[in-house]
Design a protein around this ligand. Sequence first.
Ligand SMILES: CC(=O)N[C@H]1[C@@H](OP(=O)(O)OP(=O)(O)OC[C@H]2O[C@@H](n3ccc(=O)[nH]c3=O)[C@H](O)[C@@H]2O)O[C@H](CO)[C@@H](O)[C@@H]1O
Length: 365
Amino acid sequence: MRVVVSGGGTGGHIYPALSLIKEIKRNNKEADILYIGTEKGLESDLVRREGIAFETIHITGFKRKISFENIKTVSRFLTGTKRAKQLIKAFRPDVVIGTGGYVCGPVVYAAAKLKIPTVIHEQNSVPGLTNKFLSKYVNKIAICFDEAKDYFPNKKVIFTGNPRASDVLDIDAQAGAQSLQLHPSKKTVLIVGGSRGARPINEGFLSIIGELGEKPYQVVYVTGSVHFDHVMEKMKEHKHPANVVIKPFIHNMPDVLGAIDLIVARAGATTLAEITSLGLPSILIPSPYVTNNHQEKNAQSLASNGAAIVRKESEMDGKQLLADIDQILTSEQVWKKMHLASKDLGIPQAAANLYDVLAELTRKH
Ligand SMILES: CC(=O)N[C@H]1[C@@H](OP(=O)(O)OP(=O)(O)OC[C@H]2O[C@@H](n3ccc(=O)[nH]c3=O)[C@H](O)[C@@H]2O)O[C@H](CO)[C@@H](O)[C@@H]1O
């Protein structure tokens, strides 16, 4: 089985691709994989770390407003498609899958034009521009929220879930706790602003650092790599509490998720797939800066089931956040109810579902 995988920009598109690659290798040790991304996206670090063959093309996204930049983007799309065609012809894949982000545009489009079977994986309830464009050309569209099917040609759609939901079940919670030097008998809350961090959440965190230091639980705080130096500079104005660990990025997230009791996060779809698979309760602060406010919709699907508390970024208040964390971590009853509601939404077999879609297209090919 020879597969080209493409997905880029942020962790929410890249980690599902990496989990799928693990599932392909699990079923098919001889499988050959080529990942096509961009040099600038997070994928150039995350994919190379895994030792997966990695090639790049140069592409930028469309601006929603009319802009001169869009002319450049069209020209990059054309050169990107040409380069993708060369890479695909040389690799001769049985199937090509895109997991979102601009880079998938030229890669999946080029594969479809070369008559190679193609799949896109849409993590969100509301699809992004690239997947909407590609939906006309691909053979199959794998989705994770029922609502997403309304945006795509019906007969191509198949519900699989997000493969990262399966991957996070294969974890070593003890290793996760040790990597952060967590106290084994204390409860832990992880606060993370998505794969690239979030400045407003960092500010909220700095405003409550003093109070966090007095809590009986421990806190793992992830700033996002680009914001780390700024947060650490600001931390010089505060006493660093012994129960608070601050990190720029967590590379062993599945193990860490296994070691915590509660997560405060953005509502990126891949994060939600992970936490529901594990049955973690959550406090979600959806990013208001995403296409069609889709994180708000992602978050509401958990909140309406009782699995999460949702707080708007515009109304974010450190005191409220502390009260929410306290309420969940200090009441076994509240925690258990949210845990069961969260678990109920998880799709642990998602990786196998998506692998089956690729395997069937490969067989037909
Ligand atoms: C601003 C933006 O466009 N966000 C989108 C992006 O978010 P983003 O990339 O933040 O995506 P998600 O929250 O869905 O996923 C983040 C991924 O990174 C991992 N992680 C995060 C932090 C860390 O320190 N270590 C780590 O491993 C998480 O465990 C998860 O696997 O893709 C998601 C999936 O399409 C979308 O729903 C989001 O709306």
